[in-house]
Design a protein around this ligand. Structure first.
Ligand code: BES
Ligand code: ZN
Length: 651
């Protein structure tokens, strides 16, 4: 059976049911051609149906219980090819179709298993692609087969995969490939119900060139033989955004009995040293929130083009190599990804607009782990930096993004959801509850919450209801419903937010003030004892723009320009750009060319594009860096450049 083009179907009115046609575009009709829109009932508002506004799937009708992948990794074609077999749970006994999310995927064949064990062709149609959501794949399944198999291959431009040539790796000998599925990129490498409302177990059989090691967010064997033939099993049900794969010249180094790092050979020892506290972090989290339920906890260190700091793929956190600084100063990243083993991977947000349930509680737990292992002083410094940035981020232009409970329709692209609201305000809310109810009570509550909703996806409303019963009503007189609701529904930072202070930051403030008031440069011996967050705080308290000579003078003491520390670079370079400190341009170009982690480089691109010369430099840097960037990062950079250009033509 050949795939039928959407247009052919629509024009010829072929013998598929009206339901099948309509299903091809049941969301965002504004983005599909008028012809198909005419056949489409108006989309039901997600808030009413309770469905996920970023998926075409219909999890209230049919759910994937298990996914079995058979894939081949082809580095020459930059392609994954093979099949996906779905075991389905038909919730609606009268339903006759399966709608899956896809993006840039070529579907070759779809078959369904009959009661007699034979597999028969099924009719399918792929709707025109929406820029953000991709294309709905609708399969007619009148017999509601228990198992369906799709044969397919990915596009070299799959938004959820990055393919690196050997030159782009550390070792320069072996190619590399990795996925980044969150938020809605799994659909670019596997057709699936790409919504957190569906959880499934999975198995995978993956073949690759013999010299390449393949890993997945599943049971990776530290002793696996490298032979190009790998099998995986993930017995715990996960949402699609936690599906992950990586392939390259990867070796393993243990950091504990059930933890370790995977990295390219030259990186592996450095990574194992940097992350040597992993086991202690696990023990700390377990003491607070109950056993770690996922078996092993390994960390895969990726090339610098990894678009995020970390990604909590179950059993195998993916991490940026920029977290490896030699002094463990950025290992809170591991505490964060590990914390997702409870908040996120165990209890998952139901819709992207509930993301604070994942990231807010995870950031709170991250801080608890940091406090336990590295002391309250350090945790408080990290909090103050984040909270100061949150205050900067909140403006009159983004009032609708400031409540924790974001309204339906506000969040267009779920990739744009790494906001201060979700992380910092979310964690601050948890700390507010902790402060009011007391640590012992709140710890017990959170542990109970993780157990109660384990392996489920929940909405903000469900959390609020649970908290009312198990916290507010159970311990009356501590927090009023109005105080609680203000955090969820109001913009800005609630008046009830607990404040922290840091004597070490006070000292940094004094050094900065002395310099700004009198021109007296800080004493090198004093500042050499500072930690990353003290440097960050120093830079963030400097004026918006300064004289280039001043920045040069500061550089003579701090050597910020050219720093290997991305947390410092991401704050120093925007100031350098705003101040016309052109001596830093070379280092800026080097940094933006080498690192692809979005959070670290976007602030500098954002400043560059504000002036014509800066825009030109940004375009030059990007033209060179593009080949090495991940599609997610390229997308963000291109957007910033395009917006700047559009802004210019308006003037
Ligand atoms: N799950 C996130 C990454 C993410 C969020 C990817 C939303 C796509 C959409 C991960 O746990 C995370 O928060 N990473 C942070 C690091 C952390 C230390 C704050 C990052 O990448 O910056
Ligand atoms: Zn996170």
């Amino acid at each position: 059976m050949r795939p039928i083009s959407y247009l052919t179907l629509a024009t010829l009115g072929l013998a598929l049911t009206g339901a099948l046609l309509a299903a091809g575009c049941n969301r965002d009709t504004a983005n599909v051609p008028a012809k198909s829109a005419a056949n489409t009932p108006p989309p039901a508002p997600a808030a009413v149906t309770g469905l996920d506004e970023h998926s075409y799937a219909e999890p209230d009708k049919v759910k994937t219980k298990d996914l079995a992948l058979e894939l081949h990794v082809d580095f020459d074609k930059k392609e994954l090819s093979g099949s996906a077999t779905y075991t389905l749970d038909w919730l609606d006994p009268k339903w006759g179709k399966l709608v899956l999310d896809t993006r840039d995927i070529t579907v070759e064949k779809v078959v369904g298993e009959r009661a007699d064990g034979n597999w028969r062709d099924l009719t399918f149609v792929q709707a025109p692609a929406d820029k953000i959501l991709g294309s709905a794949l609708t399969i007619a399944v009148p017999e509601r087969n228990k198992r369906i198999r799709i044969t397919y291959h990915t596009s070299p431009n799959a938004s959820g995969l990055q393919w690196l040539t050997p030159e782009m790796t550390e070792g320069k000998k072996t190619p590399f490939m990795f996925s980044q599925s969150q938020q809605i990129h799994a659909r670019s490498w596997v057709p699936l119900q790409d919504t957190t409302m569906v959880r499934f177990t999975y198995t995978a059989h993956v073949t690759s060139p013999k010299d390449v090691m393949v890993l997945m967010s599943a049971n990776n064997d530290p002793k696996a033989v490298r032979d190009g033939d790998y099998s995986f099993e993930m017995p715990q049900a996960i949402p699609s955004y936690l599906l992950a794969i990586a392939a390259g010249d990867l070796v393993f180094k243990p950091t504990g009995p059930r933890s370790g790092v995977w990295a390219e050979p030259t990186m592996a020892p450095k990574a194992a040293n940097e992350f040597s506290d992993t086991e202690k972090m696990m023990e700390t989290a377990e003491k607070l929130y109950g056993p770690y339920r996922w078996g092993r906890y390994d960390i895969l260190v990726l090339p610098p083009s990894f678009p995020y700091g970390g990604m909590e793929n179950p059993r195998l956190t993916f991490a940026t190599p920029t977290a490896i600084t030699g002094d463990k100063s950025l290992v809170s990243l591991i505490a964060h990804e590990l914390a997702h083993s409870w908040s996120g991977n165990l209890v998952t947000f139901a819709r992207s607009r509930d993301a604070w349930l994942n990231e807010g509680f995870t950031t709170y737990v991250e801080m608890r782990i940091v406090e336990e292992l590295y002391g309250k002083e350090r945790a408080d410094m990290e909090k103050i930096v984040a909270r100061n940035e949150l205050k900067e981020e909140f403006t009159n232009e983004n009032l609708d993004r400031q409540p924790l409970a974001v309204k339906a329709g506000v969040l267009k692209d779920p990739d744009d959801n790494l906001t201060g609201t979700v992380y910092t305000k979310g964690a601050w809310f948890a700390e507010f509850l902790e402060t009011r109810f007391g640590r012992a009570t709140f710890d017990a509550f959170l542990r109970g919450y993780f157990d109660h909703f384990a392996f489920q996806s929940i909405t903000t409303e469900q959390f609020a209801e649970y908290a009312k019963a198990n916290l507010l009503d159970k311990y009356p007189g501590k927090v009023t419903q109005a105080e609680f609701d203000a955090w969820l529904n109001e913009s800005g930072i609630p008046a009830t937010a607990p404040q922290v202070t840091s004597p070490r930051f006070d000292a940094v403030d004094a050094v900065r003030k002395a310099y700004l008031d009198t021109g007296k440069l800080p004493d090198a011996a004093t500042v050499s004892k500072w930690t990353t967050y003290e440097y960050v705080h120093f830079i963030e308290g400097l004026p918006q723009t300064m004289k280039p000579e001043q920045l040069a003078a500061l550089d003579s003491v701090f050597h910020f320009t050219g720093t290997p520390n991305g947390e410092i670079a991401q704050r120093w370079y925007p100031l350098a750009v705003r101040s016309g400190y052109t001596q830093a341009n070379e280092a800026i170009a080097e940094f933006l060319g080498r690192v692809g982690r979005r959070k670290l480089i976007m602030p500098t691109y954002g400043e560059l594009v504000k002036t014509p010369q800066g825009l030109q430099l940004a375009e030059q840097i990007y033209a060179k860096a593009k080949a090495g960037y991940h599609p997610i990062t390229s997308g963000s950079v291109e957007q910033v450049i395009a917006d700047a250009k559009a802004g210019k033509t308006k003037d």
